[in-house]
Design a protein around this ligand. Structure first.
Ligand SMILES: C[S@@+](CC[C@H](N)C(=O)[O-])C[C@H]1O[C@@H](n2cnc3c(N)ncnc32)[C@H](O)[C@@H]1O
Length: 223
């Protein structure tokens, strides 16, 4: 199936609400456990989450590793409202967590460099994947940890629909439509490997970790 790009930002109120209310506990917990397994020594330092949405992964990372400062950036004010509300309910994390409204490319970040750059489900939103990989390189310090999870594109629209039916049968229509659009906009593993080569990031590994998820991990070059 050919890639069908979807709108980049999730900035409509109903869309952001449906996403923020959906239950992503399992994949989000899995993301954090991949981080812990891949980077056991990264107990302190600063982490940036690109396209953090409602901020669940930011808060989970900050909770699991008390030495980390975690910043989340997203271009959608509607999404960040949910992130701020969740942070408000976790005051103990307040000093170490910050959410920033900013559009890639070119968003201003609070720190000049991060020890780790992570992202879940942003890559497939970007019409030009180069925007994503340049942002990873620019935000990360030399040798920074990188962990990216995203959907990969199924072979056909029917296969994509079957995944939506299997994993989002009871979700609101707006979320089911977004999920289908995301699967159709996602990249295949081979396409991601080509992107990494193009951006000098072929030291990162790409592997499929479920029937719909890709994991990209490793370290940025030392420059
Ligand atoms: C599918 S959501 C993933 C949210 C979050 N990472 C998670 O795992 O729940 C993708 C997010 O990327 C944001 N986004 C898309 N394009 C962006 C861009 N060019 N700059 C900043 N954020 C962007 C959207 O607004 C949305 O909140």
């Amino acid at each position: 199936m050919q890639r069908i790009p979807e709108p980049e930002l999730m900035d409509e109120a109903e869309q952001a609400r449906a996403y923020a209310m959906a239950d992503f506990a399992e994949p989000n917990a899995r993301f954090v456990s991949y981080f812990e397994t891949e980077f056991p020594d990264l107990q302190a330092g600063a982490v940036l989450d690109l396209g953090c949405g409602p901020g669940d992964i930011v808060l989970r990372l900050a909770t699991r590793r008390a030495g980390l400062t975690v910043h989340g950036i997203d271009g959608s004010a509607a999404m960040l409202r949910f992130a701020s509300e969740s942070l408000h309910e976790a005051p103990a994390l307040g000093g170490r967590v910050q959410f920033i409204e900013g559009l890639l490319p070119g968003a201003m970040l609070p720190l000049p460099g991060y020890d780790a750059v992570v992202s879940n489900s942003l890559l497939h939103h970007l019409h030009d994947p180069g925007v994503f990989w340049r942002a990873v390189r620019e935000a990360g310090l030399p040798g920074a940890a990188v962990l990216v999870m995203d959907l990969f594109r199924p072979q056909s629209r029917a296969a994509a629909q079957a995944i939506v039916d299997q994993y989002a049968a009871t979700e609101p229509d707006v979320l089911r439509q977004d999920f289908l659009a995301s699967l159709c906009a996602a990249f295949e593993p081979g396409e991601v490997r080509a992107q990494l080569r193009e951006h000098g990031l072929d030291g990162l590994s790409v592997r499929t970790v479920s029937d719909r998820h890709l994991l990209i991990s490793g370290r940025l070059p030392q420059r």
